[in-house]
Design a protein around this ligand. Structure first.
Ligand code: ZN
Length: 62
């Protein structure tokens, strides 16, 4: 029985890796929930995927 594949390995495989051209760091993709105002004046939440690296890290996590 091969039980070598850990949960970490699985999530690593799933993750989309992209290198930032500015800082050359691998971007870490996180699900980011953003509240957006609709035309009718109500709020709805949109889940977006953002790549976080040194460049925008402070911005996203603030
Ligand atoms: Zn960057």
């Amino acid at each position: 029985m091969a039980k070598t594949q850990s949960f970490a390995d699985k999530s690593k495989k799933k993750a989309h890796v992209e290198i930032c051209p500015v800082c050359s760091e691998a971007k870490q993709f996180i699900k980011y929930v953003k509240a957006v105002r609709t035309d009718s004046g109500s709020w709805k939440f949109r889940s977006i995927s953002v790549g976080v690296c040194k460049c925008n890290n402070a911005e996203v996590y603030s």
